[in-house]
Design a protein. Structure first.
Length: 279
């Protein structure tokens, strides 16, 4: 593997996750993209062998666009994951808090630091941009601006850090999935991601599907519902579970489910990985 695409610009948490993944598989180049669909298109155009997508955050929940893109993607599969600790800092060229006139960041980052900002900068306007990295780049240009983002981005754009670890919840983590054409071989344990739909909306319909996992002793590590976008009240269910889709006992469960579901799509089986400490 040579090139990994990620949601840019340089300095985003997606960039950090891409660097962590690249360190595992020996990637030598990293390509930023302007949007999540463009991250995937970079792989389709041959501009990268893999793409890193944010899937869920422990505070803000799932990234719905990523779920939709995974469902719609016929050629690529999930081949890995990165769980990144998320730490925010306040960075600015202003030497004192009372010199700061605006604070810029991604809306999620501002929400994750709400208590700190209310206490330290209660009357300072909060401005939103598309990424924490873009906020750092803007703070580098004007002394009266501050940015909320990672130490990684602050160092990259050379913005002095006034406060570290300003997030309201210190256990904040973001899980990223890596997609590509070819599954990578690695040591287990494995995790499998899939999406399914029950044949009809009736009492016990979802239970009749999920009980196969319980009876086989397979742990479901995540379940998420998303509208089918066809009819109000109809949902797809995104699941993560322990095990490999081609190995027992999960392979047997999937064989049982195939005729009992309206949709069953395996998004990928991949090695589980430990958390990566964020900067």
């Amino acid at each position: 593997m040579k090139t990994v695409a990620y949601l840019g610009p340089e300095g985003t948490f997606s960039h950090q996750a891409a660097l962590a993944w690249g360190g595992r598989v020996g990637a030598v180049a990293f390509r930023p993209a302007d949007s999540l669909p463009e991250v995937i298109q970079a792989v389709h155009r041959g501009e990268g062998e893999a793409a890193v997508l944010p899937l869920e955050n422990s505070i803000e929940g799932s990234v719905n666009l990523t779920l939709d893109l995974l469902l719609e993607e016929p050629e690529l599969r999930i081949i890995g994951e990165v769980v990144l600790e998320v730490h925010h800092c306040l960075a600015t060229r202003a030497r004192q808090l009372d010199r700061i006139e605006e604070v810029w960041s991604h809306p999620h980052a501002l929400a994750q630091c709400r208590r700190f900002l209310a206490e330290k900068l209660p009357r300072v306007p909060l401005r939103t941009v598309n990424s924490t990295a873009e906020a750092m780049r803007m703070a580098a240009d004007r002394e009266e601006r501050a940015a909320v983002g990672s130490l990684f981005a602050a160092a990259l754009y050379r913005v002095p850090v006034l406060y570290r670890a300003i997030e309201d919840h210190p256990g904040n983590k973001t899980r990223f999935v890596v997609i590509g054409r070819e599954a990578l071989h690695g040591d287990g344990p494995y995790k499998t991601s899939l999406v399914l739909a029950v044949p009809e909306n009736r009492p016990g319909g979802l239970y009749e599907v999920l009980r196969y996992f319980a009876e086989a002793g397979i742990n479901l590590t995540r379940i998420e519902s998303r509208p089918t976008k066809k009819e109000l009240g109809e949902y797809l269910f995104f699941l993560d579970c322990e095990g490999h889709a081609q190995l027992e006992p999960l392979s047997g469960v999937l064989a049982e489910l195939k005729p009992r579901t309206a949709l069953l799509k395996i998004l990928g089986s991949y090695p589980c990985h430990d958390e990566v400490e964020g900067l």
